[in-house]
Design a binder for this molecule. Sequence first.
Ligand code: AMP
Ligand code: MN
Ligand code: MN
Length: 321
Amino acid sequence: MNMRFELADAKTVGITGHVRPDGDCVGSVMGLYNYIKKNMPNIEVDVYLEQPGKEFYYIKNLDKIKPIADETKEYDVFIVLDCSDIERIKPFAQCFLNAKKTICIDHHASNSNNAFANNNLVMPNSSSSCEVLYGTLEEDEIDKDIAECIYTGIIHDTGVFKYSCTSDITMAIAGKLMAKGIDYSDIIDNSFYKKTYIQNQILGRALLESILFYDKKCIYSAIYKKDMEFYGVDGKQLGGIIEQLRLTEGVEVAIFLYETGMNEFKVSMRSKKYINVSSIAVHFGGGGHVRAAGITMQGTVHDIINNIGAQLELQFSAIDK
Ligand code: AMP
Ligand code: MN
Ligand code: MN
């Protein structure tokens, strides 16, 4: 796919990404927005997204994000990034449905049999949607601001170049982006590693209360609404907890849950080497990647862990055989 070709006849373009946007979602959505703004000034472009976390403050034009859909608009092209399922662009789904042409740029394995746009570029072997997006852009039209966005997505979805989704292509692209003069150290520290004092406290609490199960091969921890209220944090500020759980010695699968409503939890799953957490997430109506997947589930923590545990057991016992 070539973005210039796709937008050749477009006068109006809308862009969005998934709910609870992470670094790859913010990076790809804003990378494309800034690319169109800079290189195709005749196109009227709108960007729709839930408010990104504070750690993305350095991304250019973040203040141009519209949090509410203009449902009367009929965009010539509407582009969805980093999203495997139309359900996950819900607040802006009407703009998608109204559009004359729709495009999806993504890398979720769970998107493959779910292609929901007119034109789908889904590359499950790519580290990030930012990596997929990069391939659609002209290298010489990428400036420092656009490079910062794309680099952000790559470091977030690769855990700073260490998850198995990182490839030599990922590193080559990162190198090209570095050559645009971005402050890569600052981007990594400020958007990925930096935690507030409160975030560290709640991380400590989640680790303190974590529980090993399935012969210490799995670990889970949950944060309840009352705790989030006590610390004054929302879901956006709980990033990094799952990552620390995953690093526990001997653990193959980490699960982190936070309460989003009455008997409702946002569940994150990560695996290290061989368990496919995406298929478990898909089984319960969510999605993601082989080693990182998510889902919203109903029930108590006990119910949810029991249900996921049964699916994990199926995979573990198939491997043990
Ligand atoms: P998270 O645990 O939220 O960081 O998500 C891990 C990966 O799974 C990310 O690539 C998400 O985009 C994806 N993901 C999370 N929740 C869902 C869901 N409910 N449906 C589909 N994909 C999801
Ligand atoms: Mn994402
Ligand atoms: Mn992604």
